[in-house]
Structure formats: structure tokens, C-alpha cells
Ligand binder design. Structure first.
Ligand code: SAH
Ligand code: SF4
Length: 359
């Protein structure tokens, strides 16, 4: 598969073909984006045919569109049957792609569809970056109404914990920034609080954004929602956020999925505001997308508003994230839920290892 090869080594897969073909191919893979090798017009037809089956490292199993064509969601399937989800969201000023870093996730957060499935495997750097390339190729072939006609922003908020797949995620960042020429500032890595990975990412040269999924502002509550909190408690996570801010000069974003009766109290809002103002962090609140295997429910409108007001009253910088693509199962892990039989399990997911190793 072409994205399995590092861009610097593409010449090696071209065998007898002249070396300059590697540069031409690299442009098609990382800058000019076509859905099939047929569109690689400056390559000889023989070579296009040779590469035809090698372009994408996955098949497109499901494509869905919603929000009047401005949201697109794909379920990709790899040859070894791993599933990969990406969601594209077009806005007036940007086109954001939400990508997956793993098939499944080992972290086992109770409210998350991906966590409920457990861990399948890491995605390779090529499988990660090919999601961005495919979305770009799709937009070129099928324009997005009223939005930039290319992926301007990438968020690692699909399936998986990116910092548990550190080396491959970093290689994918290298390709997005140095080969695709994406602005590092428009790429955001979202983590559940894998502290060693956060500290390593702080040392990388790119100004990528960091989003940290807190969901609870004290250890007692957080440990019930996010098993990894037992390994890296809140104080350690906050410390790693501070280091990230100090090294990159970039404000960290705190993610908070609001769950009715669980983390929607004014008390939690006040504790969260204290953490956020201390860090200079921005708080992104999203109302929960309910998942089939969790009893957690979204907060009702008045509670949601009360939570936002309490945050702002304490001086926190907070926005309520509009949910996109609900008509097409927009929440992470949900498209796969639809595509496969949902195993009905009682108790904790069978393969939830909460393995926070960042390699
Ligand atoms: N593993 C990383 C990134 C993938 S999850 C992380 O946890 O940050 C991306 C975001 O979706 C996280 O903020 C996560 O908490 C949130 N999320 C997961 N399940 C959700 C649900 N059912 N409703 C709303 N947000 C959810
Ligand atoms: Fe994994 Fe993130 Fe889902 Fe938690 S919220 S299970 S870390 S994908």
C-alpha cells in the first residue's frame, strides 16, 4: 500500500521506473489528491494500472452525508477487517476532519462507544494519514457546499487514544505538516490524559494543539468515568497540560461531555472553572451522544445552560460545541455500532485493559 511507505522512500516501491516518478507520485498522494490512480495524469498508464490496487490501505464500506451535505462520515475497512471511522465537517471558514488513531480503544471510558468495543489494534501512520488524503480526494470530486474545498483542520477525536499509539501518530503528524503542508496549528491531538505521551508531544517541533478530555473535575468522579484516571490522576494530567502550554505557548483545550446527573452539577462546573482558569485553558462542552451500552444520558437544556453559566460566572473561557452529524451517527464509534451486531454485554467490556503505555 502506498501510504504504508514513508514518503521519503516512495522511490523504492517504483522499481525500474525513473526516480522522478516518486516525486510525482508523492504529490498525488499528499498534495493533489485523487480518488483513484486513473487521475494521476502525469504518470504513464502502465504505472497507474500497476498502482491501482495499492492506493488506499482500506475499502470504503459506508459513506454517509448529513447536515445538507456539509457533514460526511466514512467507515473504512482494512484488509484484516479492522474498522476506521472519519467524519468531515464543513463550516464557513474551515473544513475539519475528525480521524481515528486506533481501531477500537483500550481505555474503556464508560460513556464512549469505542471504549465499549475494546481494543482491536493500532492504526499505522499510513492508515491515519490516508484518512486525511481520502477526505481531500472526496471533497475534490464532490464539492462541499459553502466550505473550503480541502481539509483545513484535523482533530484526533475519532476512534482510539492517539497518545497510546505514539510513534505512528507522530509519523502521521510529520506527514501532515511537512509533506501535506498543513498548518500544525490546525491539527489537534485529543487525549484522555495519557501523561507520558502528553509530555513527549510537548517536546516535538510542531505547534499542534492539545485537547484533554477531563469530563470530571475531581479524582473520585473521574475514576468512575475514565479508568486511566487511576493511573494518571487529575493533578498529573493538569501538570502535563501546564508543561504543554509552557513549551508550545498554546492554550490547551479541555473537553467535557455532559452527562445528566453525573457531571452536570454547578459544583463540577465551579471545580472545572478553577482548573481551566488556572491553566488558561479553553473549555469545550459537548452534550453526550448516548451510546447503546451505557446508561449515561445527555443533560437537559436548562441544566446544560446552568452548567455553561456557572463556568462563565467563574471566569472560564467556555463554548458549547454543537453536535454535528447526529442524523448519521456522528459520535465516535457509532457508525461501526450501526454496521455490526452490537454485542450485548453486562458489566465492564471484556477487553478493557486501560493500558496507558505510550511506547
Ligand atoms: N481518546 C481520545 C480521542 C478520541 S475520543 C480522547 O478521549 O480524548 C474524542 C472525544 O469524544 C473525547 O473528548 C471523548 O471524551 C468524546 N466522547 C467519547 N464518547 C462520547 C459520547 N458518547 N458523547 C460525546 N462525546 C464523546
Ligand atoms: Fe478511548 Fe477516548 Fe473513547 Fe476513552 S473517550 S474510550 S480514550 S476513544
Amino acid at each position: 500500500m502506498l501510504y504504508d511507505t514513508r514518503p521519503e522512500e516512495l522511490g523504492d516501491v517504483l522499481g525500474e521506473h525513473p526516480r522522478y516518478r516518486a516525486d510525482q507520485l508523492c504529490r498525488w498522494l499528499y498534495q493533489d489528491f485523487v480518488l483513484s490512480t486513473e487521475g494521476m495524469t502525469n504518470l504513464p498508464i502502465g504505472l497507474r494500472d500497476e498502482l491501482a490496487d495499492k492506493l488506499w490501505p482500506f475499502e470504503v464500506e459506508i459513506t454517509q452525508t448529513g447536515d445538507a451535505g456539509r457533514t460526511r462520515k466514512w467507515l473504512f475497512r482494512t484488509p484484516d477487517h479492522a474498522s476506521i471511522e472519519s467524519v468531515l465537517m464543513g463550516y464557513d471558514d474551515r473544513t475539519t476532519l475528525c480521524i481515528s488513531s486506533q481501531a477500537g480503544c483500550a481505555m474503556g471510558c464508560t460513556f464512549c462507544a469505542t471504549g465499549q468495543f475494546g481494543f482491536e489494534r493500532h492504526l499505522s501512520a499510513g492508515e491515519i494519514v490516508a484518512q486525511v488524503a481520502y477526505a481531500n480526494a472526496h471533497v475534490r470530486a464532490n464539492p462541499l457546499p459553502g466550505s473550503p474545498q480541502r481539509v483545513t483542520n484535523v482533530v484526533f477525536m475519532g476512534m482510539g487514544e492517539p497518545l497510546a499509539n505514539y510513534p505512528r501518530v507522530v509519523e502521521s503528524l510529520h506527514r501532515m505538516v511537512d509533506v501535506m503542508d498543513m498548518a500544525a496549528r490546525s491539527v489537534t491531538v485529543s487525549t484522555v490524559g495519557a501523561v507520558p505521551g502528553m509530555r513527549r508531544l510537548a517536546q516535538t517541533p510542531w505547534q499542534v494543539g492539545l485537547a484533554v478530555s477531563l469530563h470530571a473535575a475531581d479524582d473520585e468522579l473521574r475514576s468512575t468515568l475514565v479508568p486511566l484516571n487511576n493511573r494518571y490522576p487529575l493533578a498529573d494530567v493538569v501538570d502535563a497540560c501546564r508543561e504543554y502550554f509552557d513549551r508550545k505557548g498554546r492554550r490547551v483545550t479541555i473537553e467535557w461531555a455532559l452527562m445528566s446527573g453525573t457531571n452536570d452539577s454547578v459544583e463540577q462546573a465551579q471545580k472545572l472553572a478553577a482548573i481551566a482558569t488556572d491553566l488558561g485553558a479553553h473549555v469545550n462542552v459537548i452534550n453526550l451522544n448516548p451510546t447503546p451500552l451505557s446508561h449515561e444520558q445527555p443533560a437537559d437544556r436548562p441544566t446544560l445552560m446552568r452548567f455553561m453559566e456557572a463556568l462563565r460566572a467563574e471566569g472560564a473561557n467556555a463554548t458549547l460545541r454543537a453536535t454535528r452529524g447526529q442524523d448519521i451517527d456522528g459520535a465516535c464509534g457509532q457508525l461501526r455500532t450501526r454496521a455490526e451486531e452490537v454485542p450485548i454485554r453486562v458489566g465492564p467490556p471484556a477487553r478493557t485493559l486501560a493500558d496507558p503505555k505510550t511506547e
